[in-house]
Design a protein around this ligand. Structure first.
Ligand code: 2PG
Ligand code: MG
Length: 426
């Protein structure tokens, strides 16, 4: 038994940013290395993603994780105790085999991803390296370009707005810290604008404003105005990213716009997005169509893919088979990489590598249900992922990630650089 052998696996229930139970795992190694990680949880989930194991029943509205935590302390502990934590692929394989299901319903995707990430943290700690470095990163890897939510809607705001995330992308900043400064100014300007319009209602699940706009377009138009009001140029400094999360509004063969009280055919919906994209500075659009409509995604990517990023989240669910199918049809040009959709770190990394091989860009992403866990920031720097999406610019489960990236930028010192620019289009 060499140094990084896993000595102890311990799971406990903690709580996420929506006040729901989630799984925390702690790993202790023979060499004294220690790692801890917490599973995040989505609200607008894609149908092919790894399933969180929930207890069901009346307690905590069914969101309990006693079963998943129990699995960590029994089945998972039995399967990986004694294995080398430095063999991430081997540990992840053991998790996958022990689970034995397609969608991780036996052990629970939540139990698996928390374990997989905690093992990486423990191995890094045991080897005396920060996680990003242990994962193979160098201080020459650029800090990622953030996508930051200003207005939240969709499943994160009880459907008050049809689209889910109205975000800003400070692609023209010269450093990550400058990007954060720009976002802070825009966030303040957005608050002032909403107050003066009398449209500030509260905050959505990820901390962005939950506005009382009468249409999606009003929100996009306001966001473009706010960027300019804060003093930024939308051509060269800060532009808009939209997560449509279209599967959530797809009903009975059409796209249902609740505020406007109308349902659009796929063709009408396509036209509406074409209109938005032509009139507003939108440089990224995520899940523009229902997740199984690869043809519409392909048509959209053929028309706009050289000008903007077409991002697959529910479309790809960080899954190699979905990525292969989308690649075959050219259905997008960017992967949204969410480790908990995959179930293990090794599978998330394979998804990133498959996307890179396809010539796509990748955004590593948090979930709408989050905690203080900052693993994804280290994945970005460790694997060399150039974009990062973690929600708004408020609330500590979001700020924990932005602040961790600032710490890493600081630690890189003179080597620090910023991914900047736009991967597709100018
Ligand atoms: C998404 C994420 C983050 P959720 O759709 O990209 O905004 O939401 O975690 O609910 O899937
Ligand atoms: Mg999404």
């Amino acid at each position: 038994m060499s140094n990084s052998a896993i000595k102890q696996v311990y799971g406990r229930r903690v709580w996420d940013s929506r006040g729901r139970p989630t799984v925390e795992v702690e790993i202790t190694l023979e060499n004294g290395g220690f790692g801890r990680a917490i599973a995040p949880a989505g609200a607008s989930t894609g149908s092919g993603e790894a399933l969180d194991l929930r207890d069901g029943g009346p307690r905590f509205a069914g969101y309990g994780v006693d079963g998943a935590v129990g699995n960590v302390n029994t089945l998972i502990s039995d399967a990986i105790t004694g294995m080398e934590a430095s063999d991430q692929a081997g540990v992840d394989r053991a998790l996958i085999v022990t689970d034995g299901t397609e969608n991780r319903q036996k052990l629970g995707g939540n139990a698996m991803i928390a374990t997989s990430m905690a093992v990486a943290h423990a191995a890094a700690n045991g080897s005396g390296q920060p996680l990003w470095q242990y994962l193979g990163g160098s201080s020459e890897n650029p800090l990622p370009v953030p996508e930051v939510q200003i207005f939240g809607g969709g499943a994160h705001a009880e459907g008050q707005m049809d689209l889910q995330d109205f975000m800003v992308v400070p692609f023209g900043a010269s450093s990550f810290s400058e990007a954060m400064e720009w976002v802070a100014e825009i966030y303040l300007a957005a608050g002032k604008t909403m107050d003066s319009l009398g449209k500030r209602c509260g905050v959505a699940d990820e901390g962005g404003y939950w506005p009382a706009f009468s249409s999606n377009e009003e929100a996009i138009e306001t966001l473009a105005r706010v960027i300019e009001l804060a003093g930024f140029d939308t051509d060269s400094q800060v532009a808009i990213s939209l997560d449509i999360a279209a599967t959530q509004i797809y009903k009975d063969g059409g796209y249902f716009l609740k505020k406007e009280g109308r349902t659009l055919s796929t063709e009408q919906w396509y036209e509406l997005m074409r209109d938005w994209v032509s009139r507003y500075p939108v440089i990224m659009i995520e899940d523009p169509f229902v997740e199984d409509d690869l043809d519409s995604h392909a048509r959209f990517t053929a028309e706009f893919g050289d000008k903007m990023q077409v991002v697959g989240d529910d479309l790809l669910v960080t899954n190699l088979h979905h990525i292969a199918a989308a690649r075959e049809k050219n259905a997008c040009n960017t992967l949204l990489c969410k480790p908990n959709q995959a179930g293990t770190l090794s599978e998330a990394k394979q998804a990133f590598e498959a996307a890179t091989e396809a010539g796509w860009n990748t955004v590593v992403s948090a979930r709408s249900g989050e905690t203080e866990d900052i693993t994804i920031v280290h994945l970005a720097l460790g694997w060399g992922i150039k974009q990062l999406k973690v929600g708004s610019f408020t609330r500590s489960e979001r700020m924990a990630k932005w602040n961790e990236a600032l710490r890493l930028e600081d630690a890189f010192g003179a080597d620090a650089s910023y991914a900047g620019g736009r991967p597709f289009g100018k």
